[in-house]
Design a protein around this ligand. Structure first.
Ligand code: SF4
Ligand code: SF4
Length: 384
């Protein structure tokens, strides 16, 4: 079979990625990542890799409005499934395409939930931090899609940071796209305000290790302990500091009340997980809710690939720092206002979630957002 030249190969790869539903795609190289932390080293996944092809799927605005106002969370569930499962499916298609049409090797990057073994991480690094085999965020910066924002997420000009990334590494020396000139994070710090766990600082910059990509230093907020985000993002706990709004969880505890010292203590973290999953003083419906989340997470951990997560186990309950960071700063503030006026999520005895909030006149209202079965048609559901 005749092999493609590198320019045609690159053009065709980009076209396939866009045809598969991504909205942004770029190509970067190992040279730009040579001074990045270890997760920027492509050789770890594919010895001799020279290029990374990285793409992105943004969250639809209407889905975000519904999510933050607590009208429904099923549209974001769908967007997340498209983002992760789509990223993985496309990575497999592109890898196969490169290997069929050139003499080069390719490696599909798992979009999330695959981490390097702990031994690889130096001792001085705190807590329970984990690093991915290859960082799609670093790759995206190298591929010209954007720069890291205060949240540590990639922020693009076109869609901000409210997106999902996919990627492939290859030994093909594809021509790189230009790096993004500007960083479109405007340091509004809304990402930090919408986090109920205190995982990243509103004022302090992370200084653990420099992130240098293409000769530029990327800066972002100081991080706490991985479990902080783990617990909040999973949906076990999520309550604002003033107690007026929650994430999509009945776990009404604000994790910001614990100190950095608490979080870095292994026993503290173990006791907190015990409380979440096995404390008999917690109402049974909440305990069951927590255990369902634990089972979903267990499945993804065993798969080591969020791209293979079943649709029923895809249940975004926080993700706020990423979701809220849309490109338009005015609209971002609107989403923030929706969130802080969205009330709190509870579950009833049967385990069904409902929302309590005050209406415009200050009267408390209660409603049940649509469930998975109510929201999706049977056909939509079985196609996931
Ligand atoms: S929400 Fe604001 S501060 Fe945070 S990453 Fe986005 S633009 Fe930057
Ligand atoms: S996903 Fe939620 S809990 Fe985790 S850092 Fe972002 S806002 Fe905080």
């Amino acid at each position: 079979m005749e092999k493609m030249n590198l320019n045609n190969l690159k053009d065709k790869i980009k076209q396939i990625v866009l045809d598969e539903g991504a909205k942004l795609v770029g190509v970067g190289n190992q040279e730009r990542l040579k001074d990045a932390p270890p997760s920027g080293n492509m050789d770890y996944c594919l010895p001799g890799a020279q290029s990374c092809i990285i793409w992105a799927y943004p969250n639809p605005i209407e889905a975000l409005e519904n999510y933050f106002s607590k009208k429904e969370r099923m549209s974001i569930k769908k967007a997340q499934q498209i983002g992760y499962a789509g990223a993985w499916r496309t990575a497999l298609i592109i890898s196969e395409f490169i290997e069929k049409n050139s003499d080069h090797k390719a490696f599909p990057v798992i979009p999330n939930a695959k981490y390097r073994p702990r031994e690889d991480i130096p001792d001085y690094i705190k807590g329970d931090i984990r690093y991915p085999d290859f960082s799609l965020r670093y790759g995206a910066v190298a591929a010209g899609l954007g720069h890291l924002g205060w949240s540590g997420n990639l922020v693009t000009k076109e869609y901000g940071g409210s997106l999902y990334l996919g990627g492939v590494l290859t030994t093909a020396p594809l021509e790189s796209d230009p790096m993004a000139k500007e960083n479109h994070c405007n340091k509004c710090k809304i990402c930090s305000k919408v986090c109920t766990t205190g995982y990243f600082s509103e004022n302090e910059q992370e200084d653990m290790q420099p992130v240098i990509i293409g000769g530029f230093k990327e800066t972002y907020a100081k991080r706490g302990t991985f479990s902080q985000c783990g617990i909040g993002c999973a949906g076990w706990y999520g309550l604002s500091e003033d107690g007026t709004w929650s994430t999509w969880t009945p776990g009404h505890l604000c994790l910001k009340e614990f100190s950095e010292k608490d979080w870095s203590n292994h026993d503290f973290r173990r006791n907190l997980f015990n409380k979440i999953l096995a404390d008999n003083t917690i109402p049974e419906n909440i305990r069951k809710f927590n255990q369902v989340i634990a089972r979903s997470f267990g499945k993804v951990a065993a798969l080591e690939n969020v791209g293979l997560r079943p649709f029923t186990d895809t249940n975004p309950r926080c993700g706020n720092c990423n979701f809220i960071c849309i490109a338009d700063p005015k609209k971002r503030k609107e989403l923030y206002n929706m969130l802080i006026n969205s009330g709190k999520v509870y579950i009833d005895k049967e385990g069904r979630e409902f929302v309590k909030k005050d209406d415009k006149n200050g009267n408390e209202i209660t409603y049940y957002p649509p469930t998975e079965n109510e929201f999706f048609t049977k056909e939509e559901f079985s196609n996931r």
